[in-house]
Write a protein that binds this ligand. Sequence first.
Ligand code: CO
Length: 146
Amino acid sequence: MKLGRLNHVGVATPSIEKSVAYYRDVMGATKIHEPFDLPAQGVKVCFVDTPGDGGTAGTQIELIEPYDQSSTITGFLAKNPAGGQHHMCYEVADIHEAKAWFEAKGARVLGEPRIGAHGTPIFFVHPKDMNGVLTEIMETPREGAH
Ligand code: CO
């Protein structure tokens, strides 16, 4: 497998509204996308852009706020009430090839590839097999997608 760009860092938060104010007013972020719901995961998501170079998109921050008590983010916030870094997401060219690669390495892939927040297939790999980091693998969006 060839490692692609770091697409985003997932950050759990009890309040997307407060987190957006932090990234705008303290971190100086100028491009903050509209929040939207991901009903399959019971969460609201909001992407904050960091600048890329040469016209390519920079790595994003994915703010994640649960609205459903059964969401995995609800459990994370119970342990980390102020929120915190939740996962890292790397791009790959082919999601099925990447899944086979991680499985061949003995890493636990959590579920089947499914459509993620960018509209392309994603899966997660268990943090215990990834040096403690919950890792999301996503297929690189095609031209024109964000
Ligand atoms: Co993510």
